[in-house]
Design a protein around this ligand. Structure first.
Ligand code: ZN
Length: 428
């Protein structure tokens, strides 16, 4: 099930998106208090926006705009909203996003084609190992997508490896929807309880929240670790509540595919100018077909690179590489620019390190410092020296490393809404 537009030529895809963009501008001019104001203040009329490159005439929308003018982004009355969700608010206050009946259909379509992209078919059963409630959009999207695809779903929810394995054995799911590091917990549980991984019936995992690959699409340390124990296919996905759209890997596993009927993507530099093709920049999106809270040139805060070559799967849509990091968490460290995920990835190389939190702060002279707090019950001076050497050779930085108890780390990782644990604490 590949939508026709995804097999079209890049020129056809662009023309298609330009038609959708014009519809969006007309819709916003009619219904969005926020964008009506932007258009008025910048003297933009609907006839000014005809091509994708015309987008640069419109100011970008930031997370702060969403936070400060949340209600003004709604294009429909509250009575039309069916589902209320909030963004995770890992950086600042959470934003409320509402979905109408039509938006829920769009979300279902998005997730169905995303699952299909990863090769999931009608006779597959997916086990959901993440939460479906807690004002989260993702869990509901998975459910709706599975239903639309005609596949099956077991909603186990987050945690509880025992219940996960009970469900795997009882319902024989073929795929897991899972945070990759939780796969390690499932493996540990299976090993401790004599459960055979090879005959579990699981073919693959739709992975969320953590990166699986390096920028060249090779598996990162975490993914290697999983694959060395459990030979299942790992598919990366990238999505967010604001986008209401997912970028999911296909069988080629070379980046998450763009769905041109759902979203327009731009990759911009720090001056909000498009970067040359293939270079890293901030992902900026424009939603298509969203009724309640459409977004125009929304800055996601995520640094990624787009890949434009046609894909072996038959789709000609662009693919997003692994998220390099969050723009706000960019660290300038003695002339080097880096992002926290790269540090987490390096720490995964040390099996002695059970958990960790990266803290970033400004030192007395106002430059960035990195403090890595690790829980490593069997740590020796040699281990700490090895970690420091590893950082020096791979990232050219040598952060301060502090040993902490398991409880201290857990306390730091606690997030307000009980979603995924916090890995980075930015004190700048
Ligand atoms: Zn592909």
């Amino acid at each position: 099930m590949i939508p026709e537009i995804e097999k079209a030529t890049p020129q056809e895809i662009q023309a298609f998106q330009e038609g959708k963009l014009k519809e969006l501008i007309a819709y916003l001019s009619e219904n969005s208090p926020y964008y009506r104001r932007v258009f008025r203040n910048h003297k933009i009329s609907t006839s000014d926006i005809n091509t994708l490159s015309d987008l640069t005439k419109i100011p970008v929308t930031t997370k702060e705009h969403l936070q400060h003018h949340n209600d003004d982004f709604f294009c429909v009355t509250k009575s039309k909203i069916i589902d209320f969700v909030t963004t995770s608010g890992t950086l600042g206050e959470p934003v409320t996003v509402g979905l109408t009946d039509k938006d829920l259909d769009r979300l279902a379509y998005n997730e169905a084609i995303s699952f299909a992209c990863a090769g999931i078919q009608e006779d597959d059963i997916l086990q959901l190992t993440t939460t479906i409630d807690r004002r989260f959009m993702a869990g509901l999207a998975y459910f709706l997508g599975v239903r639309k695809l005609g596949a099956g779903i077991v909603r186990v929810g987050a945690g509880i490896p025992e219940l996960q394995w009970d469900s795997i054995q009882k319902f024989k799911p073929t795929y897991l929807i899972v945070v990759p590091s939780f796969l390690l917990k499932l493996i540990q549980y299976a090993e401790a309880h004599g459960i055979a991984l090879d005959t579990s019936g699981i073919k693959g995992a739709i992975c969320i929240g953590e990166s699986l690959r390096n920028q060249d699409f090779s598996l990162n340390v975490l993914a290697e670790k999983i694959r060395s124990k459990w030979n299942i296919e790992l598919y990366s996905t990238y999505a967010s509540t604001e986008m209401s759209t997912a970028f999911t890997e296909c069988s080629e596993q070379r980046g998450g595919h763009h769905h041109p009927e759902l979203i327009i993507t731009e990759i911009l530099d720090e001056h909000d100018r498009p970067v040359p093709p293939g270079e890293e920049g901030e992902l900026v999106i424009t939603t298509l077909g969203v009724e309640a809270m459409p977004l125009l040139r929304f800055k996601t805060g995520d640094i990624v690179a787009a890949h434009h070559t046609p894909c072996g799967c038959g789709r000609n849509t662009l693919r997003l590489g692994p998220v390099v990091g969050r723009k706000k968490q960019m660290i300038k460290y003695k002339g080097t620019t880096l992002y926290p995920p790269a540090m987490g990835n390096l720490l995964n190389d040390f099996s002695e390190v059970k958990s960790h939190v990266v803290e970033i702060y400004h030192n007395a002279i106002g430059t960035d410092e990195i403090l890595i707090k690790i829980c490593a019950p069997k740590a020796s001076d040699t281990l700490l020296a090895q970690i420091r050497d590893h950082f020096r050779s791979k990232l050219r930085v040598s952060p301060t490393i502090e040993l902490c108890s398991r409880e201290e780390i857990q306390q730091l990782q606690l997030s307000k809404l009980g979603r995924k644990p916090i890995g980075v604490i930015d004190r700048r």
